[in-house]
Design a protein around this ligand. Structure first.
Ligand code: ADP
Ligand code: MG
Ligand code: MG
Length: 251
């Protein structure tokens, strides 16, 4: 599904190499986690995949179902099925959550050459999904993220993901200081949305998050590269021993 080959990325503003040859293959239906010390390039990887400005790809490739991601505009990447959960969800005063979701869903359908959902069909779908995710109907009417608690923002993010039905979901939770409840929300949301045709890349500092999400593959990233990959036991190893042993072993 997602195939990253020898991806190399510099900062645009200054001569600084951040990603130094990242290789990563994610199969449909799987959950991959990336852990790693601060500053190793985890967030940069998710930003570059989503098409954020400020980075220069100097080498390598990234494809989603064979389609060259790096060649697409951010909206086109979303239409192709990529979803990036934002670490800091934006508040949009004056725009109702429901309106926002409907606009996003229809923009994506349009980009895919599909017909817009009727107001009735949209309403039916959003209510059903909100219910599955235990999201209060009241939250759908409020302005996007305005005055939402941390937990509500997380729920909303999962709802956006559920409505957009992406193939490849990237969640970067590294610096967001998730408390235990928010962690539970995120993991329940991810688990509810796991399916054969969908894959997840979860970037996290917290081994505890992976107790709930249960990744198929865990990768360790350091200094702009994935230096080790393994099963869930790798996350436990990090929890128990930190990164020092792995870094030493690879060096
Ligand atoms: P991680 O998410 O693993 O903590 P980041 O991808 O946030 O790592 O950062 C990787 C490195 O790139 C760090 O050294 C960070 O300081 C640097 N970096 C990333 N983005 C920028 C930027 N816009 N300006 C300056 N330095 C940046
Ligand atoms: Mg960081
Ligand atoms: Mg980060």
């Amino acid at each position: 599904m997602l195939e990253i080959k020898d991806l190399r990325v510099d900062l645009e503003e200054e001569e600084k190499s951040i990603l130094k040859g990242v290789d990563l293959t994610i199969e449909p239906g799987t959950v991959h986690a990336i852990m790693g010390p601060n500053g190793s390039g985890k967030s940069t990887l998710s930003y570059v995949l989503s098409g954020k400005d400020g980075y220069e790809v100097t080498g390598g490739a990234a494809t989603l179902d064979g389609e060259d991601l790096l060649d697409l505009e951010p909206e086109e990447r979303a239409a192709a099925g990529l979803f990036l959960a934002f670490q800091y969800p934006v508040e949009i005063p004056g725009v109702g959550n429901m309106t926002f979701l409907r606009t996003a869903v229809n923009a994506q359908r349009k980009a895919r050459g599909e017909e817009e959902l009727s107001a009735g069909d949209f309403l039916k779908e959003v209510r059903a999904k909100a219910k599955t995710l235990k999201i209060d109907a009241d939250m759908l009417k409020r302005p996007v993220n305005v005055g939402f608690s941390g937990g509500e923002k997380k729920r909303n993010e999962i709802l956006q993901m559920a409505m957009l039905e992406p193939k490849m979901c990237i969640l970067d939770e590294t610096d967001s200081g998730l408390d235990v409840d928010a962690m539970k929300l995120v993991s329940e949301g991810v688990n509810a949305l796991r399916s054969e045709g969908r894959a997840f890349l979860v970037i996290t500092h917290y081994q505890r998050l992976l107790d709930h999400i249960k990744p198929d593959v865990v990768h360790i990233m350091a200094d702009g590269k994935i230096i080790k990959s393994g099963g869930p036991e790798l996350a436990l190893e990090v929890e128990n021993n930190g990164y020092a042993d792995i870094l030493a072993e690879v060096a």
